[in-house]
Write a protein that binds this ligand. Structure first.
Ligand code: 13P
Ligand code: SF4
Length: 346
């Protein structure tokens, strides 16, 4: 039997965050990045979990701030010669696979993801080989090699619809790597899903008892939950969805207050769109307990303005994403399928 790594068996260290900049340093760095983006024909593509300064800069310079599906789409369709992807490594790799002729830079190549780390390609291939009767569906939060082994790639914004579609055709699914997202999809669709047992170090830490206590203090608040969270947290949600779907829910639900179970980087966009609403972080620790990530992705937090400036200035190998061309071609197939399927959805 394949040995599946879980958060408990996974060996990783949380990386250091970038040194905070003084207001003057920040201003100078932002101005220089703006020049460099023009000079180098580059565009900044940032995830909702990155530092608010990076999100603001992406917006101001005609880049994009988005969930992982939209980041992939934007990078593929934008005419710029270079993409600078602020997020975690699988996002940069996805951009490179979809646009092999563009140079893809990242502030740091050390920005990992516990889901990607917890799904080593060799072990995953063994797992797939043991279940040849199943359609292999993997989450975008995986390495290029894992994607290359898959029939489909999905993001959380279209995973339910795709699995529903495959289930209706009578297909049985092998799902990796997030057990919580996989469990949520299986419950919602009733599909036959065999789950890899990975988890996100951020969402896995939300606690139902503490969330209940928080809800008692804010009885009129709506609870927004990313489906990488455990089942008992999802069960308490007023809306479950990808980062962009949660932002939409915060605009559409009538509540004035929201308890949000996802990385707090998302508050920048929520607060920008709904300045009069109140957003509260869902609790990651009960009384006396400790949290490791404390609702902030340690790898997303590695993205800093100085590193963006340096990546654009030098384009050096500590910033440039490379994907083996043969592997990239194989991984492009399920990624293209994902984008084509997503385009059929409203
Ligand atoms: P989204 O696709 O919802 O942006 O999620 C990416 C992610 O890494 C969530 O932890
Ligand atoms: Fe990965 Fe979780 Fe960070 Fe998202 S929040 S990038 S799933 S570790």
């Amino acid at each position: 039997m394949t040995e599946i790594q879980t958060l408990d068996t996974l060996d990783y260290r949380f990386p250091p965050k970038p040194k905070p900049l003084t207001p003057e340093e920040k201003q100078e760095t932002v101005a220089r990045i703006k020049e460099l983006l023009k000079e180098k024909d580059a565009v900044l593509v940032a995830h909702y979990y990155t530092d608010p300064d990076i999100q603001a800069l992406a917006e101001e310079t005609g880049g994009c701030v988005a969930d992982s599906l939209e980041m992939a789409r934007f990078g593929r369709d934008h005419p710029a010669k270079k993409l600078i992807v602020a997020g975690v490594r699988f996002m940069g790799e996805t951009a490179k696979i979809l646009t092999p002729n563009k140079q893809v830079l990242m502030p740091t190549l050390d920005a990992e993801c516990s889901l990607d780390l917890g799904c080593p390609p060799d072990k995953f291939a063994e797992f797939c080989d043991q279940h040849p009767d199943r359609t292999v569906v993997v989450y975008a939060n995986t390495s290029a090699a894992v994607k290359a082994r898959a029939d489909w790639v999905v993001t959380s914004s279209m995973a339910l619809e795709l699995v529903d579609h495959l289930d209706a055709k009578g297909e049985k699914i092998l799902w990796a790597p997030d057990k919580h997202l996989g469990g949520y999809i299986a419950r919602e669709t009733g599909a036959d899903m065999l789950l890899w047992q990975g988890a996100c170090v951020v969402h896995d830490e939300f606690k139902a008892k503490a969330l209940n206590d928080m809800k008692a203090l804010h009885p009129d608040a709506a609870i927004l939950v990313h489906p990488e969270s455990p089942e008992n947290i999802v069960a308490m949600a007023d809306a479950v969805g990808s980062t962009s779907q949660l932002i939409k829910a915060s605009q559409e639900l009538p509540n004035d207050t929201f308890i949000v179970a996802t990385d707090k980087g998302i508050f920048y966009k929520m607060q920008q769109l709904q300045p009069n609403k109140t957003f509260i972080e869902a609790p990651t620790a009960g009384n006396g307990a400790t949290c490791r990530s404390c609702a902030h992705c340690p790898w997303m937090a590695m993205n800093g303005l100085k590193a963006i400036e340096q990546a654009l200035e030098t384009g050096g190998k500590e910033h440039e994403i490379h994907v083996d061309p043969e592997l990239g071609k194989q991984a492009m197939v399920p990624l293209d399928r994902m984008l084509a399927f997503a385009a059929t959805l409203k």
